[in-house]
Design a protein around this ligand. Sequence first.
Ligand code: ADP
Ligand code: ZN
Length: 715
Amino acid sequence: MTLQNATQALKKYFGYDQFRPLQADIIQAVYDNRDVLVLMPTGGGKSICYQIPAVTLDGTAVVISPLIALMKDQVEGLSANGIPAAYINSSMDAAQIRRVEDAALDGHIRVLYVSPEKMVSQGFQPLLKRLKISLFAVDEAHCISAWGHDFRPEYTQLKFLKEQYPGVPMIALTATADKLTRKDIVSQLELNDPATFIASFDRPNISLTVASGQKRFEQIVAFLKERPRQSGIIYCLSRKNCEILAEKLNQKGFRAAYYHADMPASKRSQTQEDFINDRVPIVCATIAFGMGIDKSNVRFVIHYNLPRNMEGYYQEIGRAGRDGLPADAVLFFSYADVMSYRDMFEQGDSPQEQKDLKIAKLERMFQFAEALICRRKTVLNYFGEPYDQNCGNCDVCKNPPRQFDGTVAAQKALSAILRTGEKVGMNLLVDILRGSSKRDIFDNNYHQIKTYGAGKEYSYNDWLYFLLQMMHLGLIEVAYDDRHRLRVTGEGNKVLFDGKKVPLAMPIPKEQQQERAPRSAEKPRAQLLREELFERLVQLRRAVAQRQGVPPYLIFSDATLQIMAEKHPVTDNAMKEISGVGERKLQLYGDVFIGEIRKFVAEKKGEGHQVRGGTQIVTWEMFRDGHSVEDIAQTRGLAVTTIHSHLSSMYELGESLDISRWIEPEECDVIQGALHLFEEPYQLRPIMDHFDGRYSFDKIRWAIADARRRSREQE
Ligand code: ADP
Ligand code: ZN
């Protein structure tokens, strides 16, 4: 089997034109009959790595997968692409299992998903023995590691596979990258000198933002308003909070549900189904939500509270943007969260060693949130992946903080801490500095100390921001064991008494921050049309999905719909070229989607918009297949001039075409030089008259198309 076969299968079944980094190498290693270990982040494209070998090699690929929900999803996805697939697990009765077994033995199944329990059970062995197995794939292979949080004891019994089927290649896949897990996988599965592939864990399409925890509800509302109908998860720390937040969002007119471990199982799975099927776009959830959700069009993940460690953070935000389209991860950071975690960890009755580890990890999380360096750099370095550049897609890169000499501000804060006898926590300290008239202040006579009101020039948030930095610089520390009082350290004393300088960063006011997305009035018209068509295709997808009883993203991904909204495929040929449209989906859904796009194109043309589509595309396809203009005119029974007008508008819309065969560059220049004398939309006749008929209509058309294309490109 060769990579060429693999590439053809990729297009035929999945509709993709090329492999992502490493996918081809991994597939080649399987073809070479090697064992393989794959470490790739969520959304990296692991499934293709065993599914392509499965459809190109003889026999059945047996996939061990730990979650029934995911199995079902994968099988539906494969079936939708015309790949015969099935699963066997404990949710099925004997007759159902029997049917699948028979189909497998008859060679009708290319990919067979099996739960680990079933795999190791005695009852399953006779089938395995009689099956022609092309490869074994062990999905979520980290479940083998007793160190990890997803430990599944049956996984450790899987070594019998290599012992009994030594000639069958085995591919183990996981999104957990640490070395210990990796070693566990190789040794426990008894992989034979495995080819190991470690993909970058960067997810460049997810933009990373850390925002202040102040007024987070208002911030979330503003965020959601910019993203109507988009799907996302909001993680909260407490179950109660999930409910409250969902309720408040509903009151604001958003459709939000909640999800946590205290709900009855039926309610939980209902919420999950509603989310997966795009019926409820927003779910407020504890971290119990997400495992087993394969939905590719999650557009944002918000952390209402600070995650407890970087591992959790990265895993949770990884659920966004699996389709590769832009997605947002927003984390709200408040010092109060750090304090409540600390209390929680301290109070638990686990051994001190474990408590310390948890606190150390929390510390790293907290440093990530308050540090003023590129977020992606911090995350990837934390996971041991060197990353030197600034990513350009995080809040720090987009709005680099302004450094200033903060010595005086720091001195005011330090002096106030000392004058309270080191008795106050962060919030009260800021109240003192800002001269607040809260009762706490008068009760303790803090209004009489010298630094009361000495920091009015900075806002409450500015001060919190400064204090965090001062903590980071080691000037102050928090007595966690004593009501979180602030204390001045030795370094802090140097600032007060030895004139040590303190560089601080100023938060950038909201108004000055780079605008996230242009408001619709400012968007170019082409973009508005694209968004409108995308929205219609999303609706159509939902209707089709509902009729068929499958999740919408299994019909076409958002990424595929985006490309359709851009390219307007209105013929089978054009549709086939869209990434994500394989043969089966073209057959099943091609007509419906083409119909909708045609309707859209006709409508927009009727409204006088310049849009790509319809008859123009038929001309364009024939031209691209090598027919001459005259040829096309004859075949289609249209005038030659009409064909020129079709081709020139396709050119204007960005198709690549050598126009010099119809118009010399000099002629083009001359005509374009006169265009300012006329008004858009240009009439051809007056321009022709202007040049005393020296240039044909077709030439004038080409010159105009070229001018418009250029100005479009500048837009
Ligand atoms: P993982 O299992 O690693 O989380 P998936 O296998 O679910 O990731 O793939 C994530 C998404 O990327 C899916 O929508 C998948 O169809 C898409 N994808 C995978 N490989 C390619 C490719 N070569 N070209 C385009 N899209 C791809
Ligand atoms: Zn960055």
